[in-house]
Structures are given as C-alpha cells and as structure tokens.
Design a protein around this ligand. Structure first.
Ligand code: IVH
Length: 702
C-alpha cells in the first residue's frame, strides 16, 4: 500500500503561485483546496490502504500547505492535516473528565458463563428477539475521542474510568483518527463521544522494535506497552513517530443523531471516517457466539494484532438503557475471553525474594520461553503452601501461562517418565537478606526483622516519612535507598542520628539540603500519635484505624500494653486485626527496634476528643466523600469533618452513615443508594456544617 515513487506517476498538482504571491482571499481558497486534497489522500492511504499519488507528490502538497499556513497564521485550524506532526511538548498531561464514565466489561472464561449472561438478558427483557453484535476484543489501550461539530475536540485515556489523561495532541498525530468527521455520506452529529482502542499492528511493532534495537534502545515488551507508552508521551512529536492505529467500537454519547442499534451506530462511525474492528458480526444465539469465539481463537496467531477474546454486546440500544450498569460494567455486554496462552519450559533454579513487608516469596527462574509474544524468564511461586501444592522443584518441566495475559504463572508440573527429580524445595532457615530466622504466618513465610532487615528497611523508611505518616520533607524513596546503601541507617531509629556532615558528601546533597533534611527529621519527633502509628506500618493499620487507636489509647505505651480484648474495643478493630497488631508488636525484634526508636525522644500529640453533643451532628459518624466539591478540596473537608469527630473512610459499606457527594460522584454513589446510605449534596453539607441540630446525617440509616 506504500505510496511508492517507482510505481506511481506524479499526478498531484501542488499548484504554481507561492504563499506570498496571493492575496488573503486567494490564499484561503488555496489552503482549503490543499487541505481537502491531502485529507482525501490520507483517507485513501490510511483507511482504504491504497493511493493515487507518489510519496514525493504527497510531500510536496504537504510542504505547500505548511508554507501557506506559516504565511497566513490567522487561517490555522486544529483539523488541518499539518496538525498531525506533533506540537510542542507539554509539562504534564491534563486530567479530563469523560463525557460518560468508561466502564470495563464483565468477563467470561467459558461458554456456560455466556449462556447465563444470555439467560439473564432474556429474562430481563421478556419475550423479545435478541441480537448480539460480536467483535474481537482488542488488546491495546482504550480511549475516548470527542468530536464537537464534526471536529476532533479531545482524546482522553481511560484513566480511572471517570477521569483520564488528555492526550489530544498525541492522538492528532494518529493518521487513522479523522481530525474532522467525513460529511459526504452522513451528516456528522453536533456532539460525539466514541470509545475505541489504540493498538499497534504486530508488523508495525516489529519494525519499531527493530529500529529501537538498531539505535541501541531497549525494545518494547509487547504492543500494548508500546501503545500506552506512545499515547502518554508529553512530546507529541514522539507519538507521531510511533505507528499507532485507533479502532472505534462504541458510541458513548451522541447528540444530533440517533440510532436504534449498535450495528447502525457502527455503520455511522464508518461513514464518518473512523476505523472499526474487522469481522464484526450480528448473531442471535449462544451457539453462534461459541462458533465465532472458536473461529477467532483458531485464527488468533495469524492476525496482525493482539486480541484476548471476543466482545458480545446487545445490539438493540433502547433495552441497554433499561438494563443499565453495575458500578463496574454494563449489564448488556460481556467479554468472552480466550484461554491464556501456555508454554512449557524448565525451572533452572528457585530463589527467594524478600518483599517490602518482609514476606519471603519463592521465585522460579525459568529457561526463557516466549508466551504470547513476551519472553518469560521468571515466575512467582507465591508462597510456601502454593509451592508444596504444586510440588515443583529445580529441574522440573512446567507449564507457564500469563495470567490475564500479563503476569507469568506456573500452572503445573509436566511429568516426564523416567527422569530423576531433585529434592523438594524448602524455604530457607534464614532470611536471605538479613539472616533472621523467618516465621510462618498462614501460607506465608515472613522475616520478622521489620525495622532492620535491609530488604525491608528502605520501604519502611519511605513509609515512615510519607505524607500520611510523619510527613518528612525530602525523605523519598531515593533518599531512603541512599541512606541505607551508604550504611548511615541500619535500622529505623538510626534515622534520627543522621547528621548534616554525613549527608553533605553524598550525591544529590549540598549543605542546605542536608541541613533541611536533618532538621526535617528531628522536628517530627513532635508528632500526632496517629501519624506515628501509620508510619510504623503495622499490618492492617491504615490511617483511619490509626486515628481510632490513637484516640482510644492516647499514648504509645497503653497501646503497646493492650490485650486483644482492649484492642477490640476500638471502632473497626476485630479479632483478625487485633491479632495482626499484637503479632507485630510482640515480635521481639520489632519490640526492641521500637524501644530504640522511642528512645529518640518523641512527644506525641493526640487531638482532644470531641465530646458527643447534640449540637454537632457529625460526632461518631462514619462518612465517605466522593465527587468534587466547590467550597473545599476533599482533603480539606476530611480534616473539617474529622475535627468534628467524624470518621472519614474510603469506601461505602453497610456501616457508612453518610455519603457526601459532590459533582460527578461515580460508583460510591451507586453503592450508597444500593445500601440505603444517606446521601448529602454540597448545599446540604454546608447547612449541616453551619449547624442545624435537628438534623443528623445518617439518622435515618437502617
Ligand atoms: S465494548 C462499556 N468492544 O476491553 C464497555 N470494548 O474491560 C464497552 N475493548 O478497556 C466496551 N475491544 O475498552 C468493547 N471490541 C471491543 C473492545 C473493547 C477492547 C476493551 C475495553 C475495555 C476492555 C474491557
């Protein structure tokens, strides 16, 4: 499909007069002509895979347009073909809210699950004929494109589903994305939000990696990583050099057009010049879905793009609205996944790695094998019990798969008749990092030397200094690593002995920064007890529990001496949590390290308890915040409510008294409604904060 000089005659007519020779009216006409002409060639080339002119004739048209636009800046428009070359780099990608939340898809691994999905729909919709649209499930990066009056207005990555990153400049460089919707077959709508997948064709991916290897750069692991990397560049000129394609598959919102079925919507997307996935079919039975899935699975290795299943969607749009969605996925669609790809290889060695929290994880080092396009050379064996259950040993042949097609897993051992096996693998008797004898905790094996084991220490220091804990400025992961690697900190308490003179010679430090860090550390010896507890990284104890523990025990010693029953008097602490807290504090090495830490002279502050009173409706209430508020940021409001004695937690449960919902609330609101939790909007919130004693949030909650 290349526009090739050897095969093509130069039939492009760049035109004669230069930009300076023409008056403004004539220049405008010439610019319009060039844009239309180039747009037509782009479409032929990128969407219909053919071309009418040679590369050099095309380039000449393009250069001419650039020259005219440069001479007449007032005639610049965002949908000009020249806007595809990339713009100046951005400082950061802006957060942009989606027109409609981008949900994910429920998934099925087997046909029975699809059958149940079909039965559910039939039951919900009554006695109607059901048609399904079937599509390949593309394994790329999903994306929202928004067209306003036919012109590409923005492109946003999925992000958290509600808000994503604005990648408009980058997407402008993708040739298969029309900057302006075609209007010659169907009038474009006034507003269109469409969802699609950015992908890299495998052949393009190979070429890109080849180029990178030749340039001495690291090749990409797989097309999906290469795609999301390219999409999220700050410099769109880099994106422009990456071979991306966008296939559109779902109209999220449209104004100024309407459709009865998804099939009609897809036809419209095509008419407007967007690319859609190939081999889309409409069927009306589960057997046909199975057949489609089987065919695609069989062809999977011959396709020029990665797919990980097929998508089954109800074709009729009106019933979709009736079925609605859960907080995560629509009820009218399902992804019918393929079996993960599996390969067989040998375990060369098993070693044990120590994680940040002290968990010892056995890891299999594998003879490298390619699984679905990615070379796999190690796989976690998770924990002692898993290892015993699978009974894999060094030298064994094993079947490997990538779970969710990402994380490599050892599925099972493959028996080989007559081969002598090595001895069973045993977890080590000493932590490979610090030599402490590990302890067994359920299926896990844990190094209990939490504050001094060097594998844990860097993470512990970072956590100790984190914003929600002691909030020590300048003590990030990098500095923590430096302090440990330089031998300045061998256990957490040593942090308070670090001196300016120790730091100054280190890379990245000068006198001022050394002085600031030392002062920053020492000054945090006066700290809220709750923050200190957060900083210790006690298992199961997050910010909320730490606050409750601090408010209840009011001192570190009372907490350290509390028996489980006393711990369980604290709101939200049950037997599992009290056991985890006691287990941690009773660990001799932890207890000793904590003694040494406390010797550094801490002064703990505990905020005055807010007495329960009728004037203050928030005391003792469990509140969740969601959405954006006008008058406060969420963290400001959190502080205010906590000051009034409320507990502010992260997720809505049956114990939640009240949900404060700002604009664009999302799934928490859905959950609150499901559970009958009281929902307070911003206006009501302000009334309550200004005190209306008769009204108590959560008073009506069952
Ligand atoms: S339909 C409301 N069709 O797969 C969901 N999704 O969790 C409507 N995906 O990231 C999506 N190919 O973006 C649909 N042909 C296709 C798809 C597709 C890939 C993505 C989707 C999401 C993931 C599923």
């Amino acid at each position: 499909m290349a526009r090739n000089d050897a095969e093509m005659a130069d039939t492009g007519e760049p035109g004669g007069a230069g930009p300076q020779d023409l008056g403004p009216g004539e220049a405008a006409a010439e610019i319009a002509r060039l844009r239309t002409e180039i747009g037509r060639h782009n479409r032929l080339y990128y969407q219909e895979a053919r071309s009418e002119i040679s590369d050099s004739a095309y380039d000449e048209l393009f250069r001419r347009l650039l020259a005219f636009e440069a001479a007449h800046p007032s005639l610049a428009v965002p949908d000009s073909p020249t806007q595809r070359v990339g713009a100046d780099p951005l400082e950061s990608l802006p957060n942009i809210e989606h027109a409609v939340p981008m949900l994910s898809l429920d998934s099925a691994q087997d046909i029975d699950t699809v059958r149940r999905f079909d039965e559910r729909l039939r039951k919900a919709l009554g006695d109607v004929e059901i048609r399904y649209v079937l599509e390949p499930k593309l394994d790329g990066a999903s994306l929202e494109l928004v067209y306003v009056d036919g012109v590409l207005d923005r492109a946003v990555t999925r992000g958290n589903g509600r808000v994503g990153e604005g990648v408009t400049e980058n997407v402008r460089t993708i040739r298969s994305v029309p900057l302006r919707l075609r209007d010659d077959r169907l009038a474009p709508p006034s507003f269109l939000s469409v969802r699609g997948e950015a992908i890299m064709y495998l052949s393009d991916f190979e070429t890109l990696n080849q180029r990178r290897i030749e340039a001495g750069e690291q090749p990409y692991q797989n097309p999906r990583n290469a795609t999301s990397g390219a999409l999220r560049q700050l410099d769109s000129r880099i994106t422009a050099s990456r071979p991306l394609t966008v296939l559109a598959y779902d109209i999220m919102e449209v104004r100024g057009a309407s459709f009865d079925t998804d099939s009609d919507g897809l036809a419209a997307l095509k008419a407007w010049g967007l690319l859609t996935p190939e081999r889309i079919e409409a069927v009306d039975s589960v057997d046909e879905i199975a057949e489609y899935h089987r065919r695609f699975d069989a062809d999977r290795d011959t396709l020029d793009y990665e797919i990980d299943g097929v998508v089954v969607k109800l074709d009729a749009l009106a019933p979709r609205a009736g079925l609605g969605s859960t907080s995560h996925h629509p009820r009218w669609a399902i992804a019918f996944k393929f079996e993960p790809r599996k390969e067989i290889t040998t375990i060369d060695r098993i070693f044990v790695s120590v994680g940040r929290t002290g968990v010892l994880t056995p890891v299999a080092l594998l003879r490298p094998v390619e699984v679905g396009g990615v070379t796999v050379s190690r796989a976690s064996l998770h924990n002692r019990e898993e290892l015993e259950r699978k009974d894999v040993r060094e030298g064994d042949r094993v079947r490997i798969q990538r779970a969710g097609d990402v994380i490599p897993q050892v599925v099972e051992r493959v028996d080989e008749a007559g081969r002598e096996r090595g001895p069973p693998f045993k977890m080590p008797a000493a932590c490979p990092s610090c030599g402490t004898p590990p302890v067994e905790k359920g299926p896990f094996t844990v190094c209990p030397n939490h504050f001094a084991c060097s594998a844990q220490l860097k993470g512990r220091i970072t956590h100790f200094g984190a914003r929600s804990a002691l909030d020590i400025e300048g003590l990030g992961a990098e500095t923590a690593a430096l302090l440990v690697d330089q031998g300045l900190v061998a256990e957490l308490a040593d942090l308070f002995d670090v001196a300016e003179d120790d730091l100054v010679p280190l890379e990245g430090f000068a006198e001022v920064s050394a002085r600031n860090l030392v002062a920053g550390i020492r000054k945090r010896r006066v700290v809220e007890l709750a923050r200190f507890l957060v900083g210790l990284g006690i298992p199961e104890v997050g910010v909320t529990v730490a606050r409750d523990l601090a408010a209840h025990f009011r001192g570190i010693d009372t907490l350290r001496n509390a028996v489980p029953e006393e711990l369980e008097e604290v709101h939200g602490v049950g037997p599992t949590m009290s056991a985890a807290i006691r287990g941690f504090l009773d660990e001799p090495r932890v207890a000793e390290a904590l003694d040494r830490l406390l010797d550094k002279g801490f002064e703990f502050a505990v905020p005055e308890e807010v007495p329960a009173d009728d004037e203050n409706p928030w005391t003792g209430k469990t509140v969740v915040l969601t959405g954006s508020l006008e008058a406060f940021t969420r963290s400001e409001l959190k502080k205010i409510l906590q000051g009034l004695g409320a507990r502010v937690t992260g997720s809505v449960s049956a114990r939640t008294d009240c949900l404060v919902a700002g604009a664009n609330p999302g799934s928490k609101l859905v959950r609150a409604r499901e559970l009958g939790v009281e929902v307070v909007d911003e206006a009501r919130l302000r009334e309550l904060l200004h005190g209306d004693p008769a009204e108590t949030p959560g008073a009506t909650t069952p």
